[in-house]
Design a protein around this ligand. Structure first.
Ligand code: GLA
Length: 418
């Protein structure tokens, strides 16, 4: 078998030096500073954030960096070292749903949202991006981008001095929802701006209050398997899931599915099942061994959300008890629920999970929105390479492109590099 591909985190000094030089070439002169924000993996609590539930992400050591020089004329220039020929030039006030579009809208959208609070002229900026969060891997490279830019503005623009990180995260969510056209529930931006180094972050998405949870499984690592699959057929499925959950909450007469506890589940599912016949035709595009069928879609979606919320709290308890086996079990239960009830997994994610567990991982699950992207596996440190090799071999055998790998080290939230 050939070499495995590992995506490594970058060294701040090297990136900042490179950005400074490239900034001079792109825009002339020097930036006011360089800021960084991390991507994330979610340990558990998937598709719960927009249901006001719980999730447990951690910030990666893989970050997106921005060199920023503020301007007082409201002008914006947004460039990227990953796309040297595609610098966008415009103004803060002309940013809209349609402009600039693409990756630059994750930066420009933040300016547009912040412009509701301060004079848009003062939000003018020259921004150069350099990203080390793998793209399209479901590891929130987009949140890392919007959050790094948001922090830069918060520190550079005097009128934003009082804005705290929770407010900045909320601004980034709006930027993604309203300007980048990306439905997102708030987990990614919260952890990118508000993580605690060496901890996972329990987020209560009802009010975005946080409880840092120490990573207490010494001798174990979280192996991230970037399947490099993206099923474009799945576009729009995220919005459909959100809408189904909202409809179900309305039927049940609750503000959100967070208000349904595991003890209420049976009654809730019976209510949702009344008057329904066969399963709906929503069509998921997901594959894998589906174990559940014949139940109405709302029943299955709600069962996932309610049991997933409970699993998050159980996993936090297991971490506190240093019970690695239990953590692994809960990860597997989460994956099964996402695959069978929420129908957001796919062949590559299911294969990654099965191969990792077959090679000795204590547990594994898809992470992030699904339909491609990454899976995570809880693995004893000494077995990381072996498990990665087994996963790569399984992909070879299935005739699939090989995944890339990284290890998730719970890291710091967004910060100023220089
Ligand atoms: C995406 C969204 C998040 C969250 C996850 C699923 O990553 O950006 O807000 O909803 O999917 O848990």
């Amino acid at each position: 078998m050939g070499e495995l591909t590992w995506s490594r985190a970058a060294d701040d000094t090297v990136v900042a030096d490179g950005l400074l030089a490239a900034f001079g070439e792109s825009f002339g002169g020097e930036p006011d500073g360089v800021w960084a924000a991390p991507g994330r993996v979610n340990l558990i609590g998937e598709h719960t954030d927009y249901n006001q539930g719980f999730c447990l992400p951690l910030a990666l050591a893989h970050r997106t960096y921005v060199a920023v020089r503020s301007r007082d004329d409201g002008g914006l220039r947004i460039g990227s070292r990953q796309a040297p020929d595609r610098t966008w030039e415009g103004t803060v006030t002309e940013v809209s749903q349609d402009s600039p579009g693409g990756w630059a809208s994750y930066v420009a959208g933040v300016a547009a949202v912040l412009a509701e609070q301060v004079d848009p002229a003062g939000l003018g900026a020259d921004v150069l991006v350099d990203g080390y969060v793998p793209l399209g891997a479901g590891l929130s490279s987009s949140a890392a981008l919007s959050c790094s830019a948001a922090l830069a503005w918060a520190e550079l623009v005097p009128g934003l001095a009082g804005v705290d990180r929770a407010e900045l995260a909320a601004a980034c969510v709006r930027a993604e929802n309203e300007y980048a056209g990306a439905a997102t529930g708030g987990m990614d931006q919260s952890v990118s701006l508000r993580a605690v180094d060496e901890h996972a972050l329990l987020i209560d998405c009802r009010d975005f209050s946080l409880t840092p949870v120490a990573w207490t499984l010494p001798g174990h690592q979280v192996l991230v398997i970037d399947t490099r699959a993206h099923h474009s057929l799945a576009d729009g499925q995220y919005g459909k899931r959100r809408a189904t959950c909202e409809r179900a909450a309305a039927t049940l007469g609750v503000g959100s599915l967070r208000d349904v506890g595991v003890d209420d589940l049976e009654v809730a599912l019976a209510t949702l099942g009344e008057g329904h016949g066969e399963r709906s035709d929503e069509g998921s595009g997901a594959s894998g061994e589906r174990r559940v069928s014949g139940e109405p879609e709302e029943v299955r979606r709600v069962r996932h959300v309610v049991t997933e919320n409970a699993r998050v709290l159980d996993l936090v308890a297991a971490l506190r008890e240093r019970d690695a086996d239990r953590v692994g079990e809960l990860m597997l239960a989460s994956h099964a629920s996402l695959r069978d009830d929420y129908e957001v997994s796919c062949r590559e994610l299911d294969l990654a999970v099965a191969a990792a567990v077959g090679a000795g991982a204590l547990g594994a699950r898809m992470t992030g929105g699904g339909f491609g992207g990454s899976a995570i596996a809880l693995v004893e440190e000494a077995a990381v390479e072996e498990v990665a090799r087994a996963v790569a071999a399984a992909f070879d055998d299935a005739g699939l492109e090989r995944p890339h790998f990284l290890t998730a080290v719970p890291s710091a939230p967004a910060y100023r590099v220089r």
